[in-house]
Design a binder for this molecule. Structure first.
Ligand code: PMP
Length: 383
């Protein structure tokens, strides 16, 4: 059977999460904002318990947690929701990086049509952007700095800790897209300084279709973010629409599990990583890592195998492994990965690059065996 190795695109739901959700779907009917009956009150209790579970994982206050449909929406609210404040205060300069998820890149691109100025910082071959370079772009009229914690294609950790410390006393908002680090780099995320943080539950084995935007209070006040669409006062007006009670319960449970299991999960992922690298070393194939492994998470490998087209490899090894050569949201295009391009990797090397990502329930033996078969085929199709 094929082994799923594309957890950075979406991780499978944990069965404990699914059990909680099924129970809510069966036994907790109602709208969490209905005030006229117990059904509504009970649904509200489920949502607020989930909010506490998220808050505990992130070490923030429950009323700093806002449920959304996922990181794409959280990122959009975090950026577009600042428009009114930006216009009022004539702060329309944004600094971000060329390796952000499209939910950031396309949102800031859209803001350019509304007279915002956007500056992009590229990483070097290490896959990391420079904290100093980002800080050197910051000006009097800078509204926002938005940098991801861990890149979804390379797994490379970005200097958001240093950035948060440097920006905390400045009158600039700092947003972190922590979609690939939440529930994994648990202590690190807890220690970050930021005003806004986004993630999606499905990357930490929760359900698809729910995520969080954290808005951290400063002197008891939330960041000046407004809703970007209209229709209700749910989530304090920041995210209108009926709260999906079972999805929030699943998100909360996934956070609770991550908080208790993350050290064990990390050890498990490290074992898989070292075994995959061992197979690569033993294969005789020439390969190189995309990104400095000193800064890479335990759950991701992005590698270039010399002379082996990633498209050909993925198609001819589908029976062994499900992997990818870029983020799922851009996989419909055959353009080379914009993340690897921004790192300065030549196109022919990008064409030979694959991303492998795994998680807590990935079976070590099955993964190693199937990856070994994949490498045998890689040797056969090598130019
Ligand atoms: N940011 C990052 C870093 C991601 O990896 C993803 C998902 N690939 C997103 C944002 C968007 O998440 P979703 O599609 O769940 O909204």
């Amino acid at each position: 059977m094929s082994v799923y190795l594309d957890y950075n695109a979406s991780a499978p739901i944990d069965s404990r999460v699914l059990d909680v959700m099924i129970d809510v779907y069966r036994n907790n009917i109602g709208n969490a904002d209905s005030r006229t009956h117990n059904f509504g009150e009970n649904a509200r209790t489920v949502v607020e318990d989930a909010r506490k579970q998220v808050a505990s994982l992130l070490k923030v206050l429950p009323d700093e947690v806002f449920f959304t449909s996922g990181a794409t929406e959280s990122n959009n609210i975090a950026i577009q929701g600042l428009k009114e404040y930006a216009n009022k205060n004539r702060k329309k300069h944004i600094v971000t990086t060329a390796i952000e998820h499209k939910a950031i890149l396309e949102t800031v691109k859209h803001l350019k049509t509304e007279d915002f100025e956007v500056e992009m910082v590229c990483p070097d071959l290490s896959g990391r952007v420079s904290c100093e370079e980002i800080l050197s772009k910051v000006r009097e009229d800078t509204l926002l700095v938005s940098v991801m914690h861990v890149n979804n294609e390379t797994g490379i950790i970005q200097p958001v800790k240093e950035l948060g410390e440097a920006l905390q006393d400045k009158n600039i908002l700092f947003h972190i897209d922590a979609t690939q680090s939440c529930g994994k780099l648990v202590k690190e995320v807890q220690e970050l300084n930021y005003n806004m943080l986004s993630f999606s539950a499905h990357k930490l084995m929760g359900p698809q279709g729910v995520g969080v935007l954290v808005l951290k209070k400063k002197s008891y006040r939330l960041p000046p973010v407004k809703a970007i669409f209209y229709g209700g006062q749910q989530e304090h007006g920041i995210r209108p629409g009926t709260i999906p009670v079972a999805l929030t319960a699943g998100c909360g449970k996934a956070c609770e599990i991550a908080e208790t299991d993350y050290i064990k999960n990390n050890d498990h992922s490290l074992e898989i990583k070292s075994k995959i690298i061992g197979e690569l070393d033993a294969s005789g194939l020439q390969y190189r890592f995309n990104g400095d492994q000193n800064y890479c998470v335990s759950t991701t490998l992005n590698i270039c195998i010399e002379g082996v087209s990633s498209e050909a490899l993925m198609i001819s090894t589908k029976q062994y492994c499900g992997l990818s050569n870029g983020s799922a949201c851009t996989s419909k295009s055959y353009d080379p990965s914009y993340v690897l391009v921004a790192m300065g990797i030549p196109t022919e090397k990008i064409e030979n690059s694959i991303r492998i990502s795994w998680g807590p329930d990935t079976d070590v033996e099955e993964t190693v065996n199937n990856f070994r078969e994949l490498l045998k085929i890689a040797k056969q199709i090598k130019n």
